[in-house]
Design a protein around this ligand. Structure first.
Ligand SMILES: NC(=O)c1ccc[n+]([C@@H]2O[C@H](COP(=O)([O-])OP(=O)(O)OC[C@H]3O[C@@H](n4cnc5c(N)ncnc54)[C@H](OP(=O)(O)O)[C@@H]3O)[C@@H](O)[C@H]2O)c1
Length: 285
């Protein structure tokens, strides 16, 4: 009668989610197991029907399934609707319930690790992809006053800003390219800089980012967690700024999914230790 949950993605080999959830199930003595499955895009609907037929508790979804799943769930949470993506599905008697815990997980990590309340803060986010979208929804829901999206492809940033302006009237939402001049003006009064691009993975770095323009009170947050300390975080520390890595977001989005499935508070410290161990075993790659 072991209850099964898991994660569907393609590729799926590098996911750390099984490690943290299985550690949590063991710690709480729950007869549950979390399994990764490679599911090709064309098979997502069949895989969701199959897990429902087999009595699974639910699944997480990762690249490339999050947007597609919106059309396959029976109902979606407000965060999932605003983000346009589902990362957690719970099987209920009324069908598949879609949630998005990525953005709320990010904000929970800000609160937990840095005691930072986003209300009234001025935020600059680098990137306009799926992660930036989820984080943007959660930060705007939490009441940030100014939200600037800077992206390598400025048209994508502009399109995301238009989307956010429709749902969030209280904040000033602007967009632009990553060009140095524009960034340095925007950085000057930022409280929080978030890297939500793929830059940082494998130790890569943004070139010419004017970190020196950030005020001393600013926090620099990078959602990339491989390596654990990205070049951006090292550079920000060098400027005397407070920093936050991407592990907290991974942990907190998982903790929220855990509670959605089991109805129990997640053993966050145990999950964090399991993630840290797995990351140090995996090395910086
Ligand atoms: N900590 C966590 O739990 C967590 C969760 C989700 C994602 N992540 C991390 O977040 C990153 C982004 O994920 P995503 O799902 O948003 O991906 P995505 O939808 O593919 O978006 C990628 C973003 O990165 C930008 N980008 C890619 N290469 C770049 C480069 N060389 N220079 C400048 N910008 C570049 C893209 O800009 P263009 O629009 O110009 O292409 C786009 O804004 C991933 O690398 C992942 O490691 C972490």
């Amino acid at each position: 009668m072991t209850k099964i949950v898991g994660i569907f993605g393609d590729p799926i080999g590098h996911t750390l989610s099984p490690v943290m959830h299985n550690a949590a199930f063991r710690a709480l003595g729950l007869d549950w197991v979390y399994v990764p499955a490679r599911v090709r895009p064309a098979d997502l609907a069949a895989a969701l029907r199959g897990m429902r037929a087999m009595g699974w508790g639910g699944v997480n979804l990762t690249i490339p399934h999050k947007e597609r799943a919106m059309r396959l769930v029976d109902r979606a949470s407000r965060a999932a609707r605003l983000t346009g993506a589902v990362n957690t599905i719970v099987i209920t008697p009324r069908g598949l319930a879609g949630h998005n815990t990525d953005g709320s997980g990010y904000v929970a990590a800000l609160r937990e690790e840095l005691d930072l309340d986003p209300r009234g803060k001025r935020v600059v986010i680098l990137g306009a992809g799926g992660a930036a979208r989820g984080i943007g929804v959660a930060l705007l829901e939490a009441g940030v006053s100014q939200f600037t999206i800077l992206n390598r492809t400025p048209a994508r940033a502009a399109s995301l800003a238009r989307h956010f302006r429709k749902g969030f009237k209280q904040a000033q939402i602007v967009s632009g390219g990553l060009a140095r001049q524009r960034a340095s003006k925007t950085f000057a009064d930022a409280d929080l800089l978030v890297n939500a691009t793929a830059v940082g993975m494998g130790g890569t770095a943004h070139r010419g980012l004017p970190l020196q323009a950030l005020p001393k009170r600013a926090v620099v947050s990078d959602i990339v967690y491989r390596p654990f300390r990205t070049p951006l975080l090292e550079a920000a520390s060098g400027h005397g700024l407070r920093t936050q890595g991407g592990l907290g977001m991974l942990l907190q989005q998982g903790a929220e999914a855990f509670t959605l499935w089991t109805g129990q508070p997640a053993p966050v410290d145990i999950m964090r230790r399991a993630l840290r161990r797995a990351l140090s075993r995996a090395g910086p790659g």
